[in-house]
Design a protein around this ligand. Sequence first.
Ligand SMILES: [Zn+2]
Length: 160
Amino acid sequence: MSVAQEVEVANKVYESNFTKGDLPLPPGRKVAIVVCMDARIDPAKSLGLSEGDAHVIRNAGGRASDALRSVIISQRLLGTREIIIIHHTDCGMLTFKDEDLKKIIKDSGGDADHLSFLSFSNLKQSVYDDVNYFKNNSLVLNVPITGYIYDVKTGRINKV
Ligand SMILES: [Zn+2]
């Protein structure tokens, strides 16, 4: 069975218990959360979120610049007025440099030299950088922005 078939089965159960069909489109808690796509992080469970609460924007590393388009839409069209950024311990983005990945791609006949993969070597600094990226971007509204590091060993978020 493919994973697609497995999720179809799981969704049948979810649908049968579903009671959230009347939620408004804008997030009820007016927050956009930018968080790494790491499979070990469950934003809903670990942050106490329910359907309708928040925009959860995920990408490799939880990088701000990669999330910019979504954050602008979230703020200007859907009314969010707070940003939370979450990077995490043992992130895959700490394990390579952009040049390494570009070489892997080049060796297989591709060319990603125009792309930035936004890898980083200092976890705490990457959170500071992304908080400051939003703070200094004139397209982003002046709203509270808080950065955290999620510990994949304990499930705890630590404010940076
Ligand atoms: Zn990660």
